[in-house]
Design a protein around this ligand. Structure first.
Ligand SMILES: Nc1ncnc2c1ncn2[C@@H]1O[C@H](COP(=O)(O)OP(=O)(O)OP(=O)(O)O)[C@@H](O)[C@H]1O
Length: 283
């Protein structure tokens, strides 16, 4: 049994406009993610990727189907057990600034999950873990007292990652975590995510529409089309021998992308470090 087992999940949204039909965002989706594995979800805008990411963490309710994380069926947990379970399942969103409280200092933002989930820890221990986590994700200790708006986009996303991993989750949903970042910073943040995963064997569900990113980071890829997973395959196999017509269309779009970007990206990804670069220094 995989760490994360998503089985036959259906999710329908009421239409945003009055009179329009409801939207079936997930039409019976099944997917698993193993410990230490990165599964990417790709597909065009509106295919249901983000909805699946949110459903996997039970950030939204689903109509039917089940999501089992580390042996617990999320649908059958009561509110108290679900709250406790959240320490094991975290999320990193695309827009770091929007997901960080602009009025809280960075240190407090990163400390929050521990304050919620580990009432047994004292202030000194929480501070120690915050400093340790900041160091691990490449944030200067001095930024603990700064506000999110004072950091660069890359640093803000490091804060989002630090907050997500400080409670030592087993399962992380990453919803376009690097899409808003410059190419060079993107590669460094991806390298950081890969290192963190190697250290702690987290399972990653990685939502992305960027083929270069998923090719680099994922072990397996699930292709979504109109609320369904139409193909799941190991990354190399999917790129070399896609079986579904829609996957082939997606991949041909990738080939028409600017090849210079691709090479630049590979070069950056190859020697990316988690340390800050001058381009990432705050403004
Ligand atoms: N809260 C909501 N209310 C109504 N419809 C919604 C809601 N959230 C998502 N949808 C609809 O569900 C479908 C799937 O949306 P979703 O955001 O999961 O797609 P996506 O593949 O992540 O797209 P993108 O790449 O643009 O983020 C879309 O048709 C979207 O309009």
């Amino acid at each position: 049994m995989s760490l994360v087992e998503i089985s036959d999940v259906v999710k329908t949204f009421a239409a945003r406009q009055r009179g329009a039909d409801p939207v079936q965002a997930l039409k019976g989706v099944s997917l698993s993610v193993d410990e230490g594995e990165t599964v990417a979800i790709i597909g065009e805008s509106g295919s249901g990727k983000s909805t699946l990411g949110k459903a996997a963490l039970r950030l939204i309710d689903v109509d039917s189907g089940s999501i089992v994380v580390d042996g617990d069926d999320l649908g059958s947990l009561d509110a108290r057990r679900m709250r406790a379970k959240r320490a094991d399942m975290q999320v990193v969103f695309q827009e770091p600034f929007e997901s960080l409280n602009p009025r809280l200092a960075i240190g407090s933002i990163i400390a929050e999950p521990l304050q919620i989930h580990r009432p047994d820890l004292g202030t000194t221990e929480i501070r120690r873990q915050v400093v340790q986590t900041m160091e691990r994700v490449g944030l200067p200790e001095a930024s603990a007292n700064r506000l999110p708006g004072e950091l660069s986009g890359g640093q803000q996303q490091r804060v989002g990652i630090a907050r997500a991993v400080i409670s030592r989750p087993k399962f992380l949903v990453l919803d376009e975590p690097t899409s808003s970042l410059d190419l060079s910073i993107r590669a460094q943040v991806l390298a950081l995510l890969a290192e963190l995963q190697q250290e702690s064997r987290m399972a990653y569900l990685f939502v992305s529409h960027d083929m270069h990113t998923v090719e680099w980071i994922s072990d397996r890829i699930a292709v979504m089309y109109l609320g369904e997973v139409v193909e799941t395959a190991p990354t190399r196999q999917l790129f070399d021998a896609p079986t579904h017509a829609y996957t082939r269309t997606l991949l041909s779009a990738r080939l028409s992308a600017d090849p210079r970007d691709r090479h630049a990206y590979k070069a950056f990804a190859g020697d990316a470090t988690v340390r800050q670069t001058s381009s990432e220094a705050s403004t």
